[in-house]
Design a protein. Structure first.
Length: 227
């Protein structure tokens, strides 16, 4: 596809995930406002969101979703061939033993997602896997490390960049297609950067590495065949 919705988030907000959902729902002709999405997620524009949390909301819209994970913080590699029910049981045990872990919220949202019928594939993420799902008609949500994507460190709450004052930070974007060795992405942040704002292309390997540096998982989304 040549284009994709690209509503922007407010500078200084952490609403990139929610705005990505808005753009995804607009693409799928699902009538939904950003305010409705935030209420459903029970967060504000300055609150962090998590990929499995957003996946649950996609499922509520009757979309077909699957989390593609190489994330050892929430999933053990030894669970690769286990059923969803077995993963749920092991995830419950992990949560009970790691109540102070920094990834606890993400793990809890993943548990809820799976309990509600969500799907997960534990894989070694690669550009070929991304390509496979794009070819199947999915679009893909990624929470990646923004400075590696933009090739600049951003100063917090500003559209300003500085190599020494800027920081690494997580950021959601939507991969909606591919062209040669590039992915087509919808980036909700008003970066002010030439060729890195709104709808633009990014090298396949660049996007993969940016994701592996931060969240190590993708959410593949398409219209449910059950509808």
């Amino acid at each position: 596809m040549d284009t994709f919705p690209n509503t922007k988030q407010v500078v200084g907000s952490k609403a990139c995930g929610s705005v990505c959902l808005l753009n995804i729902y607009t693409y799928f002709n699902i009538p939904k406002s950003l305010e409705q999405i935030l209420i459903e997620l029970n967060i504000g524009q300055v609150d962090t969101s998590y990929l499995p949390q957003l996946a649950r909301n996609c499922n509520d819209q009757k979309l077909d979703t699957i989390i593609l994970s190489s994330n050892p913080h929430t999933i053990s590699p030894t669970w690769k061939d286990k059923t969803r029910e077995e993963i749920i049981a092991m995830l419950k045990k992990w949560i009970s033993h790691n109540s102070n872990d920094g990834w606890l919220k993400a793990a809890i949202f993943l548990l809820f997602y799976l309990q509600e019928g969500g799907n997960i594939k534990i894989v070694d993420l690669s550009t070929s896997i991304i390509d496979t799902y794009l070819n199947k008609g999915y679009i893909i949500l990624s929470c990646l490390e923004e400075s590696w994507l933009w090739e600049k460190r951003k100063i917090d709450n500003k559209v300003e960049y500085d190599d020494t004052k800027g920081h690494t930070r997580g950021h959601f974007v939507v991969i909606y297609g591919k062209e040669n060795d590039n992915y087509l992405i919808s980036d909700p942040y008003p970066t002010g950067l030439p060729n890195k704002e709104g709808l633009y292309q990014v090298g396949k390997q660049k996007l993969l590495v940016s994701t592996l540096l931060w969240n190590q998982e993708f959410l593949a989304i398409r219209t449910s065949k059950k509808k």
